[in-house]
Design a binder for this molecule. Structure first.
Ligand SMILES: *Cc1c(COP(=O)(O)O)cnc(C)c1O
Length: 480
């Protein structure tokens, strides 16, 4: 066989990867039917199922030379993937920080993947890059950042926090001998991804100061000042302060404006992890809590949490775009064609990524299609639902933590003659077994708390009332 015939033979098989219109029509119908089926029953789906054994069915699908029938594959997903574990699309998911999964975002992902626009560099995909940059600018404007700010759309909050820590590290020149003298200030409620980011970025040998919190679990300013003064006296260098807008444990907002003042006074990088709470800034009634956010050096928010997008999207915003660029700069000879541009920044210059998913589309499409109003309304609804739950749960005899600031509430049942921790662990267990509503727990100062986070856009009064009625029933049973 000559070389050309060999190539032609390969081409014949290779062409199967481009799906013809006939096959496409059929495949589209099958996948859309799957999506519609899911959407039609989503409000009835449980928040959690402990049938983990079903996933073993996937083992039947080894990777072979021959392709499989699509319907069979869709059925495999329906049987072996969808029914087990936490269901993030369910309105009954009230554990950890729920996700959502906007349908329009799914269609945005479809469009992004079909065209496969190159979103890493302006030269390659100017429209995709422009779209992402407009989203970043919109978020910078929302938090009151100047035009000299910029950011990056990442895969999630952890990676956004990692990029923030790397940016702070390079801006503050924390390297070599200064590492061991540099101090990072956090609280016990700082998300563990910040510790992970410090370790990954080579800052594991910095000093991590746990600033104490007040009775509302907010960073204590007096204690922050106390530690910084003591550290300066000891010849150490205060470098980074990490505040939270919406801690994972209790949804608390640290005193942002006041921390910003301290950070400025001592020349520290002030980072805010607002992965969960950030988008509540869209709610007028909650704006006051965000006072001072524009004074932070960097802010992380997660559209796959409080903007209800499917998993796989976080955002880092940095007030000084140069700081972000310096920490992520690169150059290579094979990139020379792409380096003559001045109209739009390229994501690759502000992120560890080069080639990346056209991630902006999954956010741009739903924001444009629905408009901002339903997002604001849904977030305000979540906050008010949480306040409602806070009142109602006390009527059932539960003890509660501080009034919810955003949409997280902690509560526990206390009854004479019962071990409180054990009793609440049993309640959690019963709720998980029931499965209709999924919740999680946390431990603060050695005390076990039940916890709900109301974040899903499909969570409404009906789900909260259902949960209250389940609790009432389970408690009656347990006390019996
Ligand atoms: C969820 C969360 C993170 C981590 O974000 P991922 O998107 O899960 O990587 C960080 N900080 C806070 C406060 C969070 O709620």
């Amino acid at each position: 066989m000559n070389e050309k015939n060999l190539i032609k033979n390969l081409e014949h098989l290779s062409k199967q990867l481009h799906v013809s219109e006939d096959h496409r029509n059929k495949a589209n119908d099958q996948v859309i039917a799957y999506g519609n089926d899911y959407m039609n029953k989503v409000s009835e789906l449980p928040g959690y199922s402990n049938k983990y054994e079903i996933i073993q069915g996937l083992e039947k699908f080894s990777f072979n030379e021959q392709g499989q029938d699509l319907q069979l594959l869709i059925q495999a997903v329906q049987k072996y993937v969808d029914p087990a574990g936490v269901n993030p699309a369910s309105g009954g998911h009230l554990g950890y920080i729920p996700g959502g999964g906007l349908y329009m975002s799914g269609l945005g992902d479809y469009m992004a993947a079909v065209s496969n626009q190159y979103a890493g560099i302006y030269f390659g995909g100017p429209g995709a890059v422009k779209m992402e940059n407009m989203l970043i600018r919109w978020m910078c404007d929302e938090i009151g950042y100047p035009s000299s700010s910029f950011g990056n759309i990442t895969t999630g909050g952890s990676i956004a926090n990692l990029s923030a820590i790397v940016t702070a590290r390079d801006f503050k020149k924390i390297s070599g001998d200064t590492i061991k003298k540099s101090v990072v200030y956090m609280t016990e409620h700082t998300h563990h991804c910040v510790h992970k980011a410090l370790r990954i970025s080579g800052l594991q040998d910095t000093i991590w100061r746990e600033v104490s919190v007040d009775e509302h679990h907010r960073m204590s300013l007096a204690n922050l000042r106390y530690h910084i003064n003591a550290d300066v006296k000891a010849g150490l260098i205060p470098q980074i302060i990490v505040g939270s807008i919406g801690t994972t444990n209790t949804g608390v907002v640290d005193p942002i404006d006041e921390i910003a003042t301290v950070a400025k006074e001592y020349d520290c990088w002030f980072h805010i992890d607002a992965a969960y709470g950030g988008f509540f800034i869209l709610v007028d009634a909650l704006k006051e809590k965000f006072k001072g956010i524009e004074r932070a050096d960097s802010v992380v928010m997660d559209p796959h949490k409080t903007l209800f997008l499917p998993y796989g999207i976080g955002v880092l915003l940095v007030k000084d775009q140069n700081a972000l660029a310096i920490a992520h700069q690169y150059s290579a000879n094979y990139m020379q064609d792409a380096e003559h541009e001045d109209q739009e920044f390229s994501p690759a210059e502000f992120s560890p990524e080069l080639t990346k998913h056209f991630r902006g589309m999954r956010m741009w499409l739903p924001l444009q299609y629905h408009g901002l109003a339903p997002f604001r309304a849904s977030l305000e609804e979540k906050w008010r639902l949480c306040l409602y739950f806070y009142e109602e749960i006390q009527k059932l005899g539960f003890e509660v933590g501080p009034v919810p600031e955003l949409s997280v509430c902690i509560y526990r049942f206390v009854k004479e003659g019962f071990n409180t921790d054990e009793l609440n662990k049993q309640i959690l267990d019963e709720i998980h077994k029931d499965g209709r509503i999924f919740i999680s727990s946390t431990t603060i100062n050695g005390i076990f708390w039940l916890r709900i986070a109301i974040v899903g856009f499909r969570t409404h009064l009906k789900e909260i009332d259902l949960y209250l009625s389940i609790l009432k029933q389970k408690i009656a049973q347990l006390l019996d």
